[in-house]
Design a protein around this ligand. Structure first.
Ligand code: HEC
Length: 102
């Protein structure tokens, strides 16, 4: 039981992936690299989540807040309808997309 408890509370990246694929890939791309089909038409390009350098500039709290509230002045609208657990799952999935610096 003591070992299972942290797992039950941990974020679920598989659920995050499902939410990402349903809501975010048109801009951010299936691979999360910012090259979705709608990205070419945008002046401000969607964030490339595969970049470890970008993750170094944001905490999970920053990323969660941006997902809930959007980013003013960019095409990134807020997803206030997602609850805290769903946003946590998204952040866990997106963070896992970043590959180590070559
Ligand atoms: C209409 C296109 C579009 C959709 C759909 C979209 N985004 Fe974005 N997203 C953007 C753009 C453009 C930016 C701004 C990049 C920048 O400012 O450099 C952005 C930025 C972000 C950022 C970074 C914010 C920051 O701190 O700079 C996060 C995190 C993010 N999006 C997550 C998501 C998630 C999760 C979804 C789906 C639930 C989503 N986005 C859906 C276009 C989109």
């Amino acid at each position: 039981m003591l070992l299972l408890l942290p797992l039950a509370l941990a974020a679920d990246p598989a659920n995050g992936r499902a939410i990402f694929e349903a809501n975010c890939t048109s801009c951010h791309g299936l691979a999360g690299d910012g090259k979705g089909p709608a990205a070419f038409a945008l002046k401000v390009k969607p964030t490339d989540f595969t970049q470890p350098v970008w993750w170094g500039t944001r905490t999970d709290t920053d990323v969660s807040a941006a997902i809930r509230a959007g980013k003013p002045g960019t095409p990134m609208t807020g997803f206030a309808q997602l609850n805290e657990a769903q946003v946590g799952d998204l952040v866990a999935y997106l963070r896992a997309l970043s590959r180590p610096v070559q």
